[in-house]
Design a protein around this ligand. Structure first.
Ligand code: ACO
Length: 703
């Protein structure tokens, strides 16, 4: 089977390009695309303008149809009005074109989803991969191919940028140029009718010219595939995403803009975390981090040292480091002694190392060399505040000379604070391979992106070995409810499904008569709870359907009859299936375990503080299935509920291992039975270590 790299090579690294709709007038987009291709530096004799009304354009011979081109055509850029696109696409199929980029608008984004589907059908039938429609095109600096109506190619580099917003792509060309950020490619994906971010992440994962993959996305339609591919690729190269569309208001704006529905943001966050994808909140962050990845080696350990000539800047960096989970190394005495040679007696060898405002070029160079030489130091942040003592250029030289003399095996980032000279030096240092930022915090955040990725690469994944579950039993209960056209299971059914999956529930049984209720009660033991079992009664207490704290056979018989009478009166239409006799359980620490099936991403597991205040506390965390055991522990540790389970104020540790087991079993239940939409287990009472937990209330909602 041909790999996605081989297939998309024709789209992103073609040998020959046709422009279908190469217009004669300079203000038209088709004309601009042709001009860009020529001026971008793509070989003139490999460009074929197509226009039935012209002999030649911009000095190139024009063909009435792509079918008339005398050479094979790898890729065609389509820039004709939407209504003509299917026709020219058919021509591409006949010609044997391998890939097309459809710039034309007027499809799904304006409600013409059928027309868009037709394009995909034609392309697929003809073995063509289709990018777009509704895009600005492709800017590829590897082949100097500006197959777009962007004003110019970006600077050459090794960062690939995939954008769902065309206008943003155009704007970012100028912005990245200003900041000297080099790109390997800029690809606009528009409506993503065929080629989407998943394909492109896979392509750039293989692409030898790309070191870092960055994306601007509004929605991900193939969530499961995204998760699998991103996880695979991010083990090879970093993926940084700016995912917009958090706010409800934005969601509708996106709908009208690209016709895509933004998925649930919580699900994205979980996917990104598990797939090792780094989520950037803004464009400056995205590119700050991309530059760090593009220029630097990854650290080999946690010890970071800050070297500064300004105490205040050092404190700012220290604060940010703490927020970002960056470990500042305690400088060992022998290392401190070596560094003292490069500072006045009143300098500080604590971390941040303060060379003081008197710091010279030689001090910076000498102390940095000492740090780079010491194997206990894993990364360095050099901060410089412009003083009359030194020139920014000298300090820049000091950093570059130190790295040159010791070798570039550790990440070194810098922050130069000052005016014009500092700005210029920042740019030079970045270009020379030392990412330099205008504030210490930004440098720390960029370093923390490297660390987060490094930790992801080290992160182990252990998957639970075959959990013992009774899928047939659970499926039988669900099948019956589905056949009855129900949208939810009753409490008893839900508990039985949970039980079939090894999720511990209180001992219980369904009784259909007073006598049966008493017999069951004697078997289970007291105290007990009785509750009505009916698919039509949601709020049992309101119809007198629950009796708690029953301690004898007599109380159970009485409660049974009272429940039946009350329900017959207050819910006469409801179908009654009996009464559930359930053991009352001791209360433990309350947590919630839940599952929601995201339409794009699949089962999303939730853990957090449980009980009636779930919505108010919002102390929950999410992960997507399939879950490794490490994922579950991380998910639990992200919540305050974890601290409660660990025990505080003399409370012993709770049975966290059993909670992990219940989460894994809930995930398996969701994976095994796709008819389930939501599962709510709330509260789960967690007891002391070794004593397990009990799912006090289970709710299963069906699709
Ligand atoms: N094969 C080849 N060329 C043809 C054919 C054909 N079968 N039929 C007509 N043409 C020629 C036309 O003759 C014309 O050339 P001419 O001006 O020399 O006569 C050329 O193709 C273009 O056709 P026009 O009808 O003039 O179309 P126009 O250039 O006005 O618009 C376009 C075409 C740009 C594709 C427009 O329909 C469109 O979709 N614009 C929006 C593009 C866009 O914004 N994309 C999304 C970017 S993302 C963002 O948000 C920025």
């Amino acid at each position: 089977m041909t790999s996605i790299y081989e297939k998309l090579k024709y789209l992103l690294r073609p040998e020959t390009v046709a422009v279908i709709g190469a217009a004669r007038e300079p203000h038209k987009i088709g004309h601009q695309v042709l001009k860009n291709l020529i001026e971008g530096g793509f070989s003139r004799n490999k460009i074929f303008p197509i226009n039935p009304h012209a002999e030649s354009i911009l000095g190139l011979k024009c063909y009435p149809s792509v079918k008339n081109v005398p050479q094979p055509v790898d890729m065609a850029v389509i820039v004709v009005p939407a209504r003509i696109v299917p026709r020219v696409l058919e021509d591409c199929v006949e010609k044997g074109v391998k890939a097309v980029a459809v710039i034309s608008s007027g499809f799904k984004e304006i409600g013409k989803a059928e027309e868009e589907k037709k394009l995909v059908e034609i392309a697929r039938k003809g073995g063509i991969r289709l990018l777009g429609p509704n895009i600005v095109g492709i800017c590829d600096t590897v082949r100097s191919m500006n197959a777009s109506f962007c004003q110019e190619l970006p600077e050459k580099g090794d960062i690939a940028f995939i954008t769902q917003s065309g206008a943003l792509g155009i704007a970012l060309i100028g912005w990245t140029k200003l900041k000297h950020i080099g790109l390997s490619d800029l690809v606009s994906i528009g409506n993503k009718a065929d080629v989407d971010e998943v394909d492109l992440i896979e392509f750039f994962g293989e692409d030898p010219y790309t070191k870092v993959i960055t994306l601007y996305l509004e929605g991900i339609s193939r969530g499961r595939e995204f998760y699998a591919i991103a996880k695979k690729v991010s083990k090879k190269k970093p993926i940084i995403i700016l995912k917009a569309g958090k706010a409800e208001r934005t969601i509708s704006a996106i709908k009208s803009h690209t016709g895509s529905l933004a998925g649930s943001d919580v699900a994205y966050d979980a996917v990104f975390k598990q797939a090792g994808v780094i989520r950037a909140p803004t464009f400056p962050d995205l590119f700050d981090w991309a530059i760090a990845f593009s220029k630097l080696p990854l650290p080999s350990g946690e010890n970071v040292v800050i070297l500064t000539n300004g105490g205040g800047a050092g404190v700012m960096a220290t604060d940010e480091a703490e927020i970002r989970g960056i470990k500042l190394m305690d400088i060992p005495p022998d290392l401190a002694d070596k560094i003292r040679e490069y500072m006045p007696p009143f300098g500080s060898v604590y971390n941040p190392i303060d060379l003081t405002g008197m710091a010279t070029k030689d001090w910076y160079r000498g102390s940095l060399e000492v740090l780079l030489e010491d194997p206990r130091v894993h990364a360095v942040l050099v901060i410089y505040c412009h003083t009359a003592q030194t020139e920014p250029r000298d300090i820049g030289d000091a950093i570059l000379e130190a790295i040159k003399s010791i070798g570039k095996s550790k990440p070194v980032v810098a922050s130069f604070i000052g005016g014009e000279e500092c700005h210029k030096e920042c740019e030079r240092l970045t270009a020379e391979g030392v990412p330099c930022y205008e504030s210490p915090e930004r440098a720390v955040v960029a370093l923390s992106a490297l660390y987060n990725y490094w930790r992801f690469l080290k992160h182990k994944e252990t998957y639970p070995v075959a959990l013992d579950v009774d899928k047939e039993r659970a499926y039988e209960i669900i099948r019956r409810a589905v056949e009855e056209g129900r949208k939810a299971l009753t409490a008893y059914e839900s508990a039985m499904v949970a039980k079939a999956y090894g999720i511990p529930v209180p001992e219980q049984a369904l009784a259909k008569s007073e006598e049966e209720a008493v017999n069951v009660a004697e078997k289970i033991g007291y105290p007990l709870v009785l509750s009505i079992e009916s698919p039509h009664i949601l709020h049992k207490t309101e119809v007198g359907g629950v009796k708690v704290g029953l301690n004898s056979a007599e109380e159970v018989a009485k409660a049974y009859n009272e429940i039946m009478e009350s329900v017959a009166k207050r819910a006469p239409q409801a179908e009654i299936r009996g009464v559930v006799v359930r053991k009352m359980i001791p209360e433990g620490r309350e947590v919630i375990i839940g599952m929601h099936r995201d339409p794009a991403i699949g089962p999303l597991l939730m853990f957090g503080s449980g009980g009636i205040l779930v919505e108010l506390l919002k102390d929950v965390s999410f992960r997507v299935s399939p879950l490794s055991i490490e994922d579950v522990y991380e998910m639990i540790k992200e919540t305050k509920a974890y601290k409660m389970l660990k025990g505080f104020r003399g409370m012993p540790e709770a049975d966290i291992e059993k909670v992990v087991d219940v989460i894994l079993r809930t995930a398996k239940l969701a994976e095994d039975i796709p008819e389930i939409l939501d599962i709510d287990i709330n509260p789960v009472f967690v007891f002391e270590r070794g004593k397990g937990c009990l799912a006090a209330d289970v709710k299963v909602v069906l699709k």
